[in-house]
Design a protein around this ligand. Structure first.
Ligand code: MEV
Length: 426
């Protein structure tokens, strides 16, 4: 036991890590146990979630450490297959906490739903009529879900847009804005849209075609900021100024060039998706929103910005749509997602969004810091070497020893790993 207490988290075995998480979070070990093993979802449970189920698909689940978000310590579960992601986020969170951690916020959880209104005789007149019936339509939309209204949610706005040019000519689009509180909200908004569609057709004299939410959830934004004290940036042979300026140059590249911006944003999504996935949320929705939002000016660009303050410290900012919830959908039925939410101690969807965007910013910093200095391969290689070592048949402590040997020899290849193992076994 005393040995366990002196070890770093990553040096513990899987069982001891879980015990430590339970101790740190106060969540009973029994409630966290579902996180260990093979994904916390049985084939029977999967059968109730999708059609034609034949089983479940596993991914590694790790926990990022050192996160301080709005002054609160958070243990962050991340489901991701890529090495270096969890270690990168944890390490950057450690640097960020030297500057007070992450300051994050989330806007009201307002989702946008769209109705495509076609075959309208007079677009202008129909638009004015729809505007005139705003209160009635909002009331109708809110009435769909009285529970949502009781929790403070419901319809907030109705906007009529004119699409002037399209392959089928001009048409109207009605946006329904619905506050979905702690749900992701796809079902709530789609149900409300289907309910008001016939009335919108009547009022406009047109035909309502598509009735579906928009993943460009730009009324449901989350943002995170952090300040990394200049001196925290120095490492090995790199001065703090060199690291900081290298990161600023890297960021300028992403801001100016969509080819780089796509990769820069992918680095952000490494962190974002891993938490979205671990909490049972819809990561395709978050991905779609992120990339559409980065192109909102008409040119695809970086989701984050990095700058220096008057003292020369490095300041990061990330803002993006974050349509995630803590009730309903897979977050409710997936036992591991439930345990992940307990571990994070989030009580609202907004709080979850704030943590996710903080992880995205940390992940972005991890990538930029590596790219601006030694490159990403060194960090990647040691973890890659562990995978090669395990695949070659190394077990237990042998995996780390063999991985280190492969890195030392700068030959991270399966044949060499097998050769070394053979030599050791002789
Ligand atoms: C790799 O998964 C992510 C990076 O490519 C991100 C980036 O280039 O900023 C390292």
């Amino acid at each position: 036991m005393s040995d366990v207490l002196h070890k770093k988290f990553y040096e513990l075995n899987l069982t001891d890590r879980l015990t430590q998480l339970s101790r740190e979070s106060g969540v009973p070990l029994d409630e966290l146990k579902v996180l260990s093993g093979n994904g916390g979802l049985s084939a029977d449970q999967a059968d109730h979630m999708v059609e034609n189920a034949v089983g479940v698909f596993g991914l590694p689940l790790g926990v990022a450490r050192n996160f301080l978000v709005n002054g609160r310590e958070v243990l962050v579960p991340m489901a991701v297959e890529e090495p270096s992601v969890i270690a990168g986020a944890s390490f950057m969170a450690k640097l960020a906490r030297q500057g007070g951690g992450f300051t994050a916020s989330a806007s009201a959880p307002e989702m946008i739903g769209q109705l495509q209104v076609l075959d309208v005789a007079d677009l202008k007149e129909a638009s004015t009529k729809l505007d005139g019936h705003r209160a009635e339509l909002l009331e109708m939309a809110s009435a769909v879900d009285p529970v949502l209204v009781r929790y403070g949610g419901g319809a907030r706005d109705l906007q009529v847009r004119l699409i002037e040019q399209s392959a089928i000519g001009p048409f109207l689009v009605v946006h329904l804005v619905l506050d979905v509180r702690d749900a992701m909200g796809a079902n709530a908004i789609n149900t409300a849209l289907e309910r008001i569609a016939p009335r919108v057709a009547e009022i406009s004299g047109g035909r309502v075609h598509l009735r579906i939410l928009s993943n460009l959830a730009d009324r449901r934004l989350a943002s995170a900021a952090c300040t990394i004290p200049l001196e925290a940036l120095a490492f090995e042979g790199y001065s703090a100024e060199k690291v900081r300026d290298g990161i600023l140059e890297a960021c300028a590249f992403a801001e100016a060039d969509p080819y780089r911006a796509a990769t820069h944003n992918k680095g952000i999504m490494n962190g974002v998706d891993a938490v979205v996935l671990a909490t049972g949320n819809d990561w395709r929705a978050v991905e779609a929103g992120a990339h559409a939002y980065s192109a909102r000016s008409g040119r695809y660009t970086s989701l984050s910005t990095w700058s220096k303050d008057a003292q020369g410290n490095l300041c990061g900012l990330l803002e993006m749509p974050m349509a995630v919830g803590i009730v309903g959908g897979a977050t409710r039925v997936h036992p591991a997602a439930q345990a992940a939410l307990k571990l994070m101690k989030v009580t609202t969807g907004a709080e979850l969004a704030e943590i996710i965007v903080s992880v995205g910013l940390a992940q972005n910093l991890a990538a930029l810091r590596a790219l601006a200095t030694e490159g990403i391969q060194r960090g990647h290689m040691s973890l890659h070497a562990r995978q090669i070592a395990a695949a070659a048949g190394a077990r237990g402590d042998q995996i780390e020893k063999l991985a280190q040997q492969l890195v030392l020899e700068k030959t991270i290849r399966a044949e060499r790993a097998e050769e070394i193992l053979k030599e050791w076994r002789k």
